[in-house]
Design a protein around this ligand. Structure first.
Ligand code: ADP
Ligand code: MG
Length: 238
């Protein structure tokens, strides 16, 4: 399970309303992309879902349970950071195992989870390497592996591909889409890149200045943009 509901979520920083009022229903198993220009509130919204920020008002529910005040670990979500967030001194195995070691999971469970994640991500032959001995794409897969072993209700991605070169970005887009097909776990993916949004999403949330301009499938947004902002944003080349 992994449905996520936002009810009148408001977030203010020092009296400045960054997100005035967002309500949203993300179904279990969907691939949702939050897209919008820099500074529109994408990361803030993701951090609110993750529990890295608290809502100022409103509620966040996961599988129908109010987690608005729950600590990040209690929400059972995995945030995927950019690949440079790996521990350079640890092996691939150590990096992927890290969240389970923190939870003091039994050794056999850790080994099984790491081997399973490595198989899914084609990292089996690289488990003893250090991050610096890997390509950019392999490093990104290790970062994803670290999220997989926790068996989260949903994966949260914040512009995971933004520091990769163009060719690798396209390859990783496909890999993340394939991962979603394999795991069928809810994914919430933040990007400012319209092409990424249009090619990866089941549903897209177009954000502008902390407001939802439109929520719909890529086809709906393309064929029936709600307003000129959506039309311009989705239609314009990168
Ligand atoms: P995006 O990820 O879409 O680029 P952010 O969510 O990072 O946008 O930021 C949205 C707005 O909220 C920006 O104006 C940013 O300056 C502001 N903001 C984000 N985090 C904080 C914070 N901790 N304190 C004050 N303002 C913040
Ligand atoms: Mg951001």
């Amino acid at each position: 399970m992994g449905s996520i509901t936002l009810e009148h979520v408001n977030k203010s920083f020092g009296g400045v309303e960054v997100i005035p009022d967002i309500s949203l229903e993300i179904a279990d198993g969907e691939f949702i992309v939050f897209v919008g220009p820099s500074g529109c509130g994408k990361s803030t919204l993701l951090r609110l879902i993750a529990g890295l920020e608290d809502v100022t008002s409103g509620r966040i529910l996961i599988d129908g349970e109010d987690v608005s005040r729950a600590a990040p670990a209690q929400r059972k979500l995995s945030m995927v950071f950019q690949s440079y967030a790996l521990y350079p001194h640890m092996s691939v195995r150590g990096n992927i195992a890290f969240p389970l070691k923190m939870e003091k999971a039994p050794r056999e469970k850790i080994d099984q989870a790491v081997n399973n994640a490595a198989a899914i991500l084609n990292l089996t032959d690289y488990l003893d390497r250090k991050p610096r001995q890997l390509s950019g794409g392999q490093r990104q897969r290790v970062a994803i592996g670290r999220a997989i072993v926790r068996q989260p209700k949903a994966f949260l991605f914040d512009e995971p591909l933004s520091n990769l070169d163009a060719a690798l970005r396209v390859a990783m887009r496909l890999e993340i889409s394939e991962l979603h097909n394999k795991l069928k776990t809810t994914m919430v993916y933040v990007t400012h890149d319209q092409v990424e949004a249009m090619t990866m999403a089941d549903k897209i949330v177009v954000l502008n200045a902390g407001r939802v301009e439109q929520f719909g499938s890529p086809l709906e947004l393309y064929q029936r943009p709600a307003n000129t902002f959506v039309a311009g944003f989705i239609g314009s080349p990168r």
